[in-house]
Design a protein around this ligand. Sequence first.
Ligand SMILES: [Zn+2]
Ligand SMILES: [Zn+2]
Length: 312
Amino acid sequence: MIDLLLLGTGAMVPLPNRWLSCLLVRAGGSLILFDCGEGTQVVWRRFGWGFKRLAAICLTHQHADHVAGLPGLLHTVSNAGRTEPLDIFGPTGTAAVIAGLRVIAPVLPFDVRVHELEPGASFALPDGLRGNVVAGAHSIPVLAYRVERPRAPAFDPAAARALGVPTSAWSALQHGEPVAFEGRQVRPEDVLGLPRQGVAFAFVTDTRPVPAHLDVANGVDLLICEGTYGPSAKIETAIRNGHMTFAEAATIARDADAGELWLTHFGTGMPRPDEFIGEATAVFPRTRIGRTGLAASLTFAHGLEELDPVGG
Ligand SMILES: [Zn+2]
Ligand SMILES: [Zn+2]
């Protein structure tokens, strides 16, 4: 299961009723945060997901509205009792930014390990999740993230019996290891069915649309994408500032065959983004306007289901 919780949906500066754009993810016993603007830890506290289990932070880029909340958050995580390492992923230059922010948070009871990712990189996240990134197009380097939980092919007991595989060897085959018995060898592919679809989401913000977004969002259950500008008439401003309109985000969701689209990173000039949802739904009907507390679970059995954001 992957649980996702939108903490904030704003661009540039936090407003009294709108926190900065970020996403909290829960997988197994671990938490993963995507972006960390000013005030992230304040809104996070509302939902009771705890801080100690924060194992990884994925940063899209180094603008303040995506990183300025880090020093305070690191202190809160240490107050919560974390001693295990914390991994921070981000584009080239992330290590220097973290080093700068840590001038005011130098002593922590856990290691902070920074990993600078090249576009196209694939990397491991907690609880068996796989991440990969592509480059976007913004005023500075930016990464878009895809995260998925792969699913093993189904084991075919009838095929195993037909090959005479002893039941004691089934587990190894299910885990992808060949087994030898009675002078013969059986390969996992002899007793496993076709690959099965896992679950996946993508987090795309602070970027113009680029073709690689169709790769990170390809077939995801949920695409969380910036829509800094609601009206398509703002396209020139979006191009100038390296952002997207609602319709552009919806076009990525449609062309990538996403299950659902949540819009986020709303510009400060757009107090009521829901007024413009028609700009997105005309292109991709399964669009929702992001808000603090919008949450969902992704499971093999049910795909995307709405989730009560409080507790856990
Ligand atoms: Zn931003
Ligand atoms: Zn930015």
